[in-house]
Design a protein around this ligand. Structure first.
Ligand code: DAH
Length: 338
């Protein structure tokens, strides 16, 4: 009996030493150390032994063998797990040296570059940068900007509505902001005049992408509220911006237009050194109703506002033919603008 036990233990230990995968160790654990394992089988045979001394000796030998097999299994399990981990790390290793000699440093997106340059120029002119949320209330996006319910100008915005039911059970009153103009309202409601801010940001419209439109695009808004602000201040600011951003040999002009939130309203154009004109954005004197919605007394304060697209500036600057190129994330395109 003792020699059977010793033989069973030794062959188990030899097999365990040869295990190389966690699966093999698991199978051996069942085979050698399980309740139906070989050593457990021998244990059951103890009852058939005649003498007490023989039983004792065989019992002790079995316990010793079980202990040896258990600790051999534990040790093997740990070693195999470590080896498996090392193999995985090795197989997932990235050879970063393959990029040596090929500069792959990234750079800001074209729109971000234009956005940051615009901020720089306006900050240089004394403006501060303001922000507002991209998900906006109908009130901030339209109502407070003098576009009450049913105002025809709302139709021009191709609004994306957010499926949201307000705490009062109302729905249809939350939108993805269609322009950066609601930041005018938020700024006036949280800041006393004088106000000199620009608000760059992402805006959304239900548009099918084509060469000149994206459903998600970027605008920069400007708002000035102070005493005795006039149309001349607006024209002077636009011209100073044009020269600072594009160059001293560029000019600007205002053309009469209509926006619900300004009165009078204008489009502003810029003139290239070659004499050709480009339409850039909208502007005007802030409508008294808009000042009132912002909690500003129109008898005491007046202001001007402007807004234009950032993406168009980026395209113009780099001569990109199709606005969609900027958002396709094709390295062959983006790498040209580092
Ligand atoms: N919010 C207008 C738009 O998205 C642009 C605009 C026009 C902004 C005139 C202004 C403004 O602040 O005065 O079409």
């Amino acid at each position: 009996m003792i020699s059977d036990i010793t033989a069973a233990r030794d062959s188990a230990l030899a097999e365990i030493a040869g295990a190389t995968t966690p699966e093999e160790v698991a199978a051996m654990t069942t085979r050698f150390a399980g309740k139906k394992g070989e050593l457990a089988g021998l244990k059951k045979q103890l009852g058939s032994l005649e003498s007490v001394d023989e039983k004792k000796a065989a019992g002790a030998a079995i316990n010793e063998a079980i202990g040896a097999v258990d600790s051999a299994l534990d040790e093997r399990r740990a070693n195999v797990a470590m080896a498996a981990m090392a193999a995985q790390v090795e197989s997932e290793r990235l050879d970063l040296t393959e990029f040596v000699g090929k500069p792959t440093r990234g750079h800001a997106h074209l729109v971000t570059q234009a956005w940051e340059r615009l901020e720089d120029v306006f900050v240089g002119m004394g403006f501060r940068v303001a922000e507002g949320p991209e998900v906006e209330t109908d009130w901030h996006n339209f109502e407070a900007l003098n576009m009450g319910e049913g105002h025809p100008a709302r139709g021009e915005f191709d609004t994306l509505f957010v499926d949201h039911v307000g705490p009062d059970g109302s729905s249809g009153s939350t939108v993805l902001r269609t322009h950066t103009s609601p930041v005018q309202i938020r700024t006036m409601l949280t800041q006393e005049p004088p106000i000199y801010i620009v608000a760059p940001g992402r805006v959304f419209r239900r548009d099918t992408p084509d060469a000149t439109h994206m459903p998600v695009f970027h605008q920069i808004e400007g708002l000035v509220v102070d005493r005795n602000i006039s149309m001349a201040d607006l024209a002077g600011t636009i011209d100073a911006f044009t020269k600072a951003f594009f160059g001293q040999n560029w000019n600007s002009r205002l053309r009469p237009s209509y926006f619900p939130f300004t009165e009078p309203s204008a489009e502003f154009d810029i003139q290239r050194p070659d004499g050709s004109w480009i339409e850039l954005g909208g502007c005007g004197m802030v409508h008294p109703n808009v000042l009132k919605a912002g909690g500003v007394d129109p008898e005491e304060w007046s202001g001007f506002a402007f807004g234009f697209g950032i993406d168009r500036m980026a395209i113009m600057r780099h001569g990109v033919a199709d606005i969609r190129e900027m958002f396709a994330d094709d390295l062959r395109f983006t790498e040209q603008f580092s």
